[in-house]
Design a protein around this ligand. Structure first.
Ligand code: DGL
Length: 265
């Protein structure tokens, strides 16, 4: 599983809870975050490099792209390139969104890369062409989470400005279409109002992983797996904030160094 940083830990939590016996290898590419403002082909190159490393070095049997920006940029490419199943977060998120809405008036927030890719607009239209969708990019949210600042006055002020189009559109359900955003759920809920349902892709993605693993899925909590956690940035910070955000399973972190030039650069 990989993300640009701490965001994928929201998906890791759901996967560990549902499949406690499956050993997870997590890469937080904190040395190169944020992905959101980068061109999609650069994000695709990073995603290809990380997914290839997971398969080559760790012999993983399945890859989870626990990042919306990387899913928008690279999911199809990875599914064609890799010999193992690859699961992204966009379609599971859209399923959660369209299951939860009562009125069909829905919103999605994500990074600039994700929203401008059109991936959510296409996925919602494919699953429910009648849904009314309002999208907004939220530049800056990821940086607050990476600093461990999930509940400050500053993030609240930013949220009021960025979420205004969703409040004006009177959506009844809002999908947090960036895996970092569930860590800002309290702030986002304060701004959106209590009647708006917030959904994320984490649980639905975990269900998809369980379905892909089939009868082999290790679901027995009596035999918890040991996981490995990698960061390409500040490893001590990854360990400290990661444990705060994910929980006790993140009890160590290892350094991951990429060659100077990413593939394709
Ligand atoms: N968690 C990533 C996502 O879901 C954040 C991308 C970023 O680093 O900007 O899109």
């Amino acid at each position: 599983m990989f993300d640009s940083g701490f965001g994928g830990l929201t998906v890791a939590r759901a996967v560990i809870d549902l499949l406690p016996g499956e050993p997870l290898v997590y890469v937080g590419d904190t040395g190169r975050y944020p992905y959101g403002p980068r061109p999609l082909d650069e994000v695709r190159a990073f995603a290809t490099q990380i997914a290839g490393w997971l398969v080559d070095e760790h012999d993983v049997k399945l890859v989870i792209v626990a990042c919306n920006t990387a899913s928008a940029a690279a999911l199809e490419h990875l599914q064609e390139e890799l010999a193992v199943p690859v699961i992204g977060v966009i379609e599971p998120g859209v399923r959660s969104l369209l299951t939860a809405t009562r009125s069909g008036n829905v919103g999605v927030i994500g990074t600039v890369g994700t929203i401008s890719s059109g991936a959510y607009q296409a996925s919602v239209a494919a699953i429910d062409p009648g849904a009314k969708l309002t999208c907004a990019a939220c530049p800056g949210f990821v940086e607050f989470v990476e600093r461990g600042e999930t509940d400050s006055d500053q993030v609240h002020v930013l949220a009021e400005r960025l979420l205004a189009p969703l409040v004006d559109a009177e959506v009844d359900t809002l999908l947090l279409g960036c895996t970092h955003y569930p860590f800002l759920a309290r702030t986002i809920a304060d701004v959106m109002g209590r009647e708006v349902v917030l959904v994320s892709s984490a649980d639905e993605t975990a269900f998809e992983v369980r379905a892909a693993l089939g009868a082999d899925a290790a679901t027995d909590p009596a035999h918890p797996a040991r996981h490995r956690w990698y960061s390409s940035g500040d490893v001590a910070w990854f360990r400290e904030l990661g444990a705060r955000l994910l929980g006790p399973e993140l009890d160590h972190a290892e350094a991951l160094a990429w060659p100077d030039r990413p593939p394709g650069a």
